[in-house]
Design a protein around this ligand. Structure first.
Ligand SMILES: Cc1cc2nc3c(=O)[nH]c(=O)nc-3n(C[C@H](O)[C@H](O)[C@H](O)COP(=O)(O)O)c2cc1C
Length: 387
């Protein structure tokens, strides 16, 4: 039986609640189909080192769960990571910055998984040269991972957190503080990657970021091409979720029912002032809860720095997981499409970052969720292996 807030959200999502609010919900499974999340349980079983690395790496957080990676195993002792040009987000991530952050997270998990087997990895970024700032060419080689000798690395304590890490998109407690030890760990990790970070946990600061992230979500929602990019990636119901194993998975009872009877049409772009937009923004409400916001910024915005931001971010998330805390990126205000200029400037200003010199790479609400998150779908290892 879904949690009452989840149920309310479903009603809000699709509208027509008066009709469906009375339907019994017991017995309707909202958990993702086993097959779609099998990768989370399968990673430990890989015996071959490179497959073991990839099976863990593909559990990385990544924008819209696009899983934009292809692995090239044609050269022994190496893994080539190619960015899958079919899996970009040209509207919400026009420069491919977020896609590269996802690739960075992938690389870091591969490195941690290799260390677990005693092998150090030499990460050579962009072996063909870094892509230009505003275009990520299809099929760019992001990295070559060169494996070291046996015994060249020691296990990383964060390894155990890889299959436990999930982006939790439910409501968090507002009245719990983050442990000081965790926030100190975050700052050290960011520094190790040459990045700056901080946590905004005071009431005024949280309120400012809530207002900015809310406005940014509204802009992304009413802008037809950015809304539709996400709408095309919605996987509604177990069949679509199992078939695609990527994108935005919606398996709640209400969206499924409403979609089935034509009352929920993802392709209907919410217009300003519409009831549709109001419902979209009601769904946003849990995203304004939490202990605070974690931010991660870089000096400059090179392609290398974007990958490093992903490597750092996944470590921050694994550290949070180890401490029993949750993380949920809210990226709309960081996006580079023209309609987002206002919130982009505002979020940099709120964090005292000069956008001419520094780039906010990640902003995530963080804290302690009331509900556990379930593992999100993955396409699995075979799907990313280059023939
Ligand atoms: C660069 C980046 C940006 C993201 N932005 C958002 C976001 O704006 N909203 C959101 O709900 N999740 C966001 N996420 C989280 C992804 O949706 C999530 O990682 C993906 O669905 C896979 O789920 P998992 O992290 O639980 O494995 C982002 C993740 C990354 C790496």
């Amino acid at each position: 039986m879904p949690h009452p807030t989840t149920r309310r959200r479903f009603i809000a999502l699709a509208g027509g609640g008066a009709v469906f609010a009375t339907l019994p919900l017991a017995g309707c499974a909202t958990a993702y189909p086993e097959e779609a999340t099998q990768a989370w349980r399968a990673a430990h079983a890989e015996t071959d080192l490179r497959r073991h690395m990839l099976a863990h790496a593909l559990l990385a957080p990544n924008p819209h769960n696009r899983q934009p990676w292809i692995a090239d195993l044609t050269q022994p002792g190496r893994i080539g990571l190619v960015c899958d040009g079919e899996r970009l987000l040209p509207e919400t991530d026009p420069f491919g910055r977020q896609i590269l952050i996802g690739c960075g997270a992938f690389i870091e998990l591969a490195v941690i998984a290799a260390a677990q087997r005693g092998v150090a990895v030499d990460v050579q970024l962009f072996p063909d040269g870094a892509p230009a700032a505003h275009t990520l060419p299809r099929g760019s080689r992001v990295a070559v991972l060169q494996l070291g000798e046996a015994g060249s690395a020691r296990p990383d304590p964060l390894f155990a957190q890889i299959p436990r890490r999930h982006t939790n998109k439910t409501a968090y407690a507002n009245d719990r503080e983050l442990p000081a030890q965790l926030t100190a760990q975050w700052a050290q990790t960011a520094q190790r990657f040459g990045l700056t970070s901080g946590v905004v946990a005071d009431a005024g600061g949280k309120e400012r970021l809530r207002a900015i992230t809310r406005e940014a979500n509204e802009i992304e929602s009413v802008t037809p091409r950015t809304w539709l990019e996400s709408a095309h990636l919605m996987r509604i119901g177990p069949h679509a979720i199992t078939t695609h194993r990527d994108g935005i998975s919606l398996n709640g009872t209400m969206p499924r029912l409403m979609h089935a009877v034509g009352l929920f049409d993802p392709m209907e772009v919410p217009s300003p002032g519409s009831a549709n937009l109001k419902r979209v923004m009601e769904r946003w409400a849990p995203f304004e809860t939490g202990s605070g916001y974690l931010w991660l910024a870089s000096t400059g915005n090179t392609r290398q720095v974007q990958v490093d931001a992903g490597r750092a971010y996944v470590r921050l998330h694994l550290q949070a997981t180890a401490a029993g805390a949750q993380m949920h990126p809210l990226s709309q205000a960081l996006q580079e499409f023209p309609e987002m200029r206002g919130p982009y400037a505002a979020v940099h200003r709120a964090l005292a970052l000069d956008p001419q010199r520094s780039t906010l790479q990640m902003l995530a609400r963080t804290g302690f969720a009331m509900e556990a998150a379930q593992p999100s779908p993955r396409r699995g290892l075979q799907a990313m292996l280059k023939a």
